[in-house]
Ligand binder design. Structure first.
Ligand code: SF4
Length: 343
């Protein structure tokens, strides 16, 4: 009999399953409390369950999602990368970004990514498969087990989250539920490269979530050169759909803009970005490219970065520069996937 991972079920479905096996509902709740409040994934450590219950459940349940966990701290302590080997041997990566008062986990939604943005190492890796619900949730458990309590979650690791919509949002529902980690939805951001069908589904499902949109270039012709997704998901349609989405709730929208030397850093490029930001009432995050031998672009200089920021400020667009952290451990934005290329 193949064992079921309760982390892939919502709390009520897990309770129903346990009841169908003849257990009281509170036994299900005890197990979820161990997992979500104490980060315990070993049934034998769940000491308020009797030995016979643990023995029986060990045959029916598994709480394991990872075959191996490698922890790679950055030299400046600003980030810690986790290289996680899934049970089928495939690898994913996630990164804890250390702030003074809290930790943000940059979580993966897919193993690899099919979107192939030309400035992203995960795109170079290509697509392996979608992550299961329990594999998304386990990324939080694994880092918390190693002493990094997570308060903020960004789906900016490997993969396009809206291409794994069902599993990503089921995981978010569990993560935010009282029986789960009880994380605030306001502390979760889902990043998209502009997958139209996914944004439309967010509207249809009336899902209010902070979104980050990876722009690449606000000009459709130039965008298509660095983001092939533009072919079927024109930024003009994406902007209209994001506008509709924003008008249906009050969650934040951020435009992520990776600066590529000579590709999207001219004054005209920044003006078009500013127009998009104003239309969407969004703030802009400027990110410098993390250079890699497999990426055919160069980063901009610090003065070019400051110039882009100043152009945006002059055009009255809220802007921040996101500094590259964990670059030397390939944990920075767009760098996840090194473990695949090294292997
Ligand atoms: S930037 Fe995001 S969507 Fe684009 S290839 Fe990388 S992981 Fe995929």
């Amino acid at each position: 009999m193949s064992r079921i991972n309760p982390l892939s079920l919502g709390p009520s479905d897990f309770e129903a399953l346990m009841v169908s096996w003849g257990y009281k509902p509170f036994v299900a709740r005890q197990i979820l409390t161990w997992v979500f409040h104490h980060n315990v994934t070993d049934l034998d450590q769940m000491t308020n369950l009797s030995k016979s219950i643990r023995g029986d459940l060990a045959e029916r349940l598994t709480l394991e999602s990872m075959a191996d966990v490698e922890v790679v701290p950055s030299g400046d302590s600003s980030a810690t990368k986790f290289v996680l080997t899934l049970l089928d041997g495939k690898k994913i990566e996630c990164v804890v970004l250390h702030e003074k008062a809290y930790n943000t986990l940059c979580v993966s939604s897919q193993c690899g990514c099919p979107v192939d943005c030309k400035f992203c190492l995960t795109g170079v890796v290509g697509f392996k498969r979608n992550l299961e619900v329990h594999e998304i949730i386990a990324q939080i458990t694994v880092v918390q087990q190693r002493g990094f309590p997570i308060t903020n979650l960004v789906f900016m690791g490997m993969g396009e989250p809206l291409l794994n919509y069902d599993n990503v949002f089921k995981a978010i529902d569990i993560i935010t539920s009282e029986a789960g980690f009880h994380l605030s939805k306001r502390n979760i951001t889902v990043s998209t490269s502009g997958y139209l069908a996914g944004i439309k589904r967010l509207i249809a499902d009336q899902r209010a979530i902070n979104l980050a949109f990876s722009v690449g270039n606000a000009n459709p012709v130039k965008r298509a050169r660095i983001m092939p997704i533009e072919g079927r998901n024109s930024i003009i349609d994406v902007a209209k759909t994001l506008h509709d989405y924003q008008s249906s709730h009050n969650r934040k929208l951020t435009l992520e803009y990776t600066l590529l030397h000579g590709q999207n850093d001219s004054e005209q490029d920044i003006k078009e970005l500013a127009n998009l930001a104003k239309y969407l009432n969004a703030k802009v995050n400027l990110i410098n490219l993390n250079p890699h031998i497999r990426i055919p672009f160069k980063p901009v200089s610090s003065s070019q970065m400051a110039q882009a920021r100043d152009w945006l400020k002059k055009l009255k667009v809220p802007v921040t520069i996101r500094f590259r952290r964990g670059q030397e451990i390939s944990a920075a934005c767009g760098q996840l996937g090194e473990s695949h290329l090294a292997g």
